[in-house]
Design a protein around this ligand. Structure first.
Ligand code: NDP
Ligand code: 8X3
Length: 260
């Protein structure tokens, strides 16, 4: 069988970028998405010699852009076998009464509605073929709520519910649906959350070994390469130093998570 075509949202950084790197080594054909064109050009240049790569620049919040982008795919990339709903971020870390409305909009629009728009654009072809695989990147923040996590946690709890809902509704169509829910992974995530405050972002990952985006990429590869009768439905993965969203074993001298 020809190599599967895999669409990854948020492929310009972190988990999505590492997943693209790993899947390229396996020869999967890749549709890589994001908003930063220079990053898309870079990833195309890096991986284009290993496998077939097509890039799409769109903001998952923009409904029309999403549908136009998927409709624009050239023939060789039009059949999407696996959709990895990864694009997303936290914006801010504030008590609910101090929350910034723009941050709330961003998290709900990107992490929840953006994931839905992309899925809605890709699903018809999977339903018609009665095959396909959707991997939703959730979070431990979708399993438990932590101080000041409020709206980000709400967005990831929504991803958890959507993952279950998709699995139930798409069961009749033979489409696999599952979530991977990481704990702390060192990516650009905290730079985005803290609006470019590098010092504050770095502190999140100091004093213990966080997950690397490559760790999540390996789990995604494992998930994709299971035989057709096996569906990884819901997987939680944390650094060994992390026991829950609030319990993190840091070396002496490092601030606890709450102060980050
Ligand atoms: P990064 O900030 O490194 O990557 C986020 C990716 O999402 C980028 O490629 C970015 O691309 C893309 N993205 C963000 N907003 C939009 C948008 N509006 N439209 C299109 N693409 C967008 O973070 P991570 O790799 O850590 O995050 C990936 C996923 O993993 C997220 O869903 C996150 O919630 C989840 N996660 C992260 C954890 C962590 O600790 N890092 C733990 C658990 C889950 P661009 O800016 O080019 O558009
Ligand atoms: C990212 C992990 O714990 O910072 O989803 O929310 S956490």
């Amino acid at each position: 069988m020809d190599k599967k075509t895999i669409l990854i949202t948020g492929a310009t950084s972190g988990i999505g970028r590492s997943t693209a790197n790993l899947l390229a080594t396996q020869g999967f054909h890749l549709i890589l998405c994001g908003r930063r064109q220079e990053r898309l050009d870079e990833v195309q240049a890096d991986l284009g010699s290993q496998t077939q790569v097509h890039t799409l620049n769109f903001d998952v919040r923009e409904r029309k852009m999403v549908f136009d982008a998927i409709a624009s795919l050239p023939k060789d990339f039009a059949r999407i076998d696996v959709l990895i709903n990864n694009a997303g971020n936290a914006h801010g870390l504030d008590p609910i009464d101090d929350g910034n409305l723009d941050d709330w909009d961003a998290m709900l629009d990107i992490n929840v509605k953006g994931l839905l728009y992309v899925s809605k654009a890709v699903l018809p072809q999977m339903v018609t073929r009665k095959s396909g695989h959707i991997i939703n990147i959730g979070s431990t923040a979708g399993k438990e709520v932590y101080p000041k996590g409020n709206v980000y946690c709400a967005s990831k709890h929504a991803v958890d519910a959507i993952n279950q809902g998709m699995r139930i509704d798409l069961n009749a169509h033979g489409i696999r649906v599952g979530a991977i829910n990481p704990g702390l992974v060192e990516t650009e995530f905290s730079q985005v959350r803290f609006k470019g405050d590098e010092n504050r972002a770095e502190k999140v990952y100091q004093g213990y070994q966080p997950l690397r985006p490559e760790d999540i990429a390996e789990l995604i590869l494992f998930t994709i390469t299971r035989p057709g009768h096996v569906n990884i439905a819901d997987l939680v993965v944390m650094p060994t130093a992390q026991a829950s969203s609030t319990l993190l074993k840091k070396d002496a001298g490092h601030e606890s998570r709450d102060k980050s």
